[in-house]
Write a protein that binds this ligand. Sequence first.
Ligand code: SF4
Ligand code: SF4
Length: 415
Amino acid sequence: MNRRQFLKSAVFTTIGAVVLSACKKVATTTKSLADKVATRTFLKGKKEEISLLGFGAMRLPIIDGVETNIDEKKVEEMVAYAMEHGINYYDTAYIYHMGESEKVMGKILQKYPRESFYLATKMPLGMIQSKQQVEEIFEDQLKKCKVDYFDFYLAHGLNSHAYETFKKYEVYDVLNKKKQEGKIKYLGFSFHDVPELLEEIVSKYKWDFVQLQVNAIDWEMVNAQKQYEIAEKNGLQVIVMNPLRGGQLSTLNEESAAILKQANPDASLSSWGLRYVGSKSNILCTLSGMTTIDQLKDNVNTFTDFKPLDNKEQEVYKQAIEKYRLAGAIACTGCKYCIECPVGIEIPKIFMMYNQHKNGTKFRDWQFTMAYEQIPEDHRADKCINCGLCKTKCPQKLDIPNLLKEVDTLYKSLK
Ligand code: SF4
Ligand code: SF4
């Protein structure tokens, strides 16, 4: 059954959620489908129904810990489950899994009717050195993904640095031309910077959607609320990245987890985070970078017969997040954009271990030192030469060299 037939035969149940845009005053509804994840209407498009849960292809299962060695069999099973449960938005990028994510997703998705899914990928602004290269990468992506058009296409990771590249090499013009040629249906960008820059970018160019980092931590701490409001004011629906902050909100710490478990013993921590995001009515799709079929099943469960957080739940979740924030975890999402460190410091792994110790979710003191010593000596925090390269790559703007010093201090104090 293709998407059109599926939508025709499906019974929609409206469960509310009016989208209010300050300027446009447009309204849409969340639709809940029996045995399928909820959908929302893409208002800038042809009123397509997009699944509120999107399949992120950034953290696919891998073999032997090798980033480029994607476990295709597992991904195939996950995609089959996702399709069966109504997930129709698939998000990859040129740089995910060092170029392999697009290839694997293209290979697997080609087994499904082209009109049964929406495929999104992104132009890697951090790699661009000429206008010609933008053309070449785009054409390469079509080949890798085995498609002749992309439904959603994004300028990847606009921030103040990438914006200079974006302007210098006229990336918008190239992509807009691809749109005119029918190779891109909807054009947008993902964004990691201050609200003022977001205002500028949405006012200078014509966009169909925007991808923002929205989750309970970033909402107040990192201006996500302001960014969401700018998108809404400009009539742009939001695709959400990192709704669980790279897994941080799936584990939290013991105290925060206990608050949520007491409020609802059956709900997973991830389901709280995803419902928090999905409760915001201008969200079109929530991307989750799932690594296992169990994570996928849990997320599908959350978005089937989707229920926004009610006022009481909002209050409980706020309390739990506040406790977590005070525990002082490093705000790393595990995106791995920093892995090209010249001395091979295993930054995301080191920060993850630090957080798991800090939050008491996995490591007690001795467990932390034991796990940390599994990292080859040459790749540990104290070998950082402070070159600063990683800082230019980190979308979370983390002061990585200084944070590494903190980890090193912790390790030495526990040894
Ligand atoms: S500052 Fe340190 S961790 Fe960052 S890239 Fe340079 S050596 Fe690697
Ligand atoms: S340190 Fe920054 S770039 Fe590196 S994995 Fe964490 S969030 Fe991503």
